[in-house]
Write a protein that binds this ligand. Structure first.
Ligand SMILES: [Zn+2]
Length: 51
């Protein structure tokens, strides 16, 4: 079973909610993968946060 290597996980932009156009954009201090939405330009870390 192979997935398309386009998007690693179920990455959605927290701002505009898009699933496409999400690209890796470095990592934060704790080493978590950061992503960027090329649709709206939002930088975010797709991990559960203690809201
Ligand atoms: Zn977006």
């Amino acid at each position: 079973m192979s997935r398309t290597a386009k998007i690693d996980e179920n990455i959605y932009c927290p701002k505009c909610g898009k699933h496409e156009h999400q690209v890796k954009h470095g990592k934060n201090k704790s080493g978590s993968q950061k992503y960027r939405c090329n649709d709206c330009g939002m930088d975010y870390t797709p991990e559960p946060r203690p809201w």
